[in-house]
Design a binder for this molecule. Structure first.
Ligand SMILES: [Zn+2]
Length: 122
């Protein structure tokens, strides 16, 4: 996370839910959560396969499969926050092919996903 100021909006979006959001996503719920985030980002449902993963693997689309890690531990986030972070990069890169790195635009996008998760699941 290079541009700290840009990402204040993400911290603010999690707000007092941040500690809760660092907990693992319950395994039995994780794929449903990832699918709902996908649909929210793209405005259409994911049609391919899905699979749970673990360890240090990002939640991402690999070989046409949506691979979901409910308990990713990153240096700056884990659990729910990590899943939102990873999927926000996936979605942002697909939607904004020319501006697909960290910065204000991505931060706003990630914050919107965080607010969505809080509304829907917290
Ligand atoms: Zn990032």
């Amino acid at each position: 996370m290079k541009k700290k100021l840009d990402y204040k909006v993400v911290q603010e979006a999690w707000g007092d839910k941040r500690k809760l959001a660092d907990q693992p996503v319950p395994k039995e719920q994780a794929i449903k959560v990832a699918l709902s985030l996908y649909e929210y980002m793209f405005g259409k449902p994911w049609k391919g396969k899905t699979r749970l993963t673990s360890g240090r693997r990002y939640t991402w689309v690999r070989n046409g499969e949506l691979v979901v890690n409910p308990d990713m531990q990153e240096t700056y986030a884990s659990g729910w926050r990590s899943m939102v972070h990873d999927l926000s990069h996936y979605g942002h890169a697909k939607i904004n092919r020319k501006n697909n790195n960290h910065g204000k635009v991505h931060a706003e996008f990630e914050a919107e996903l965080a607010r969505y998760v809080i509304r829907k699941y917290f």
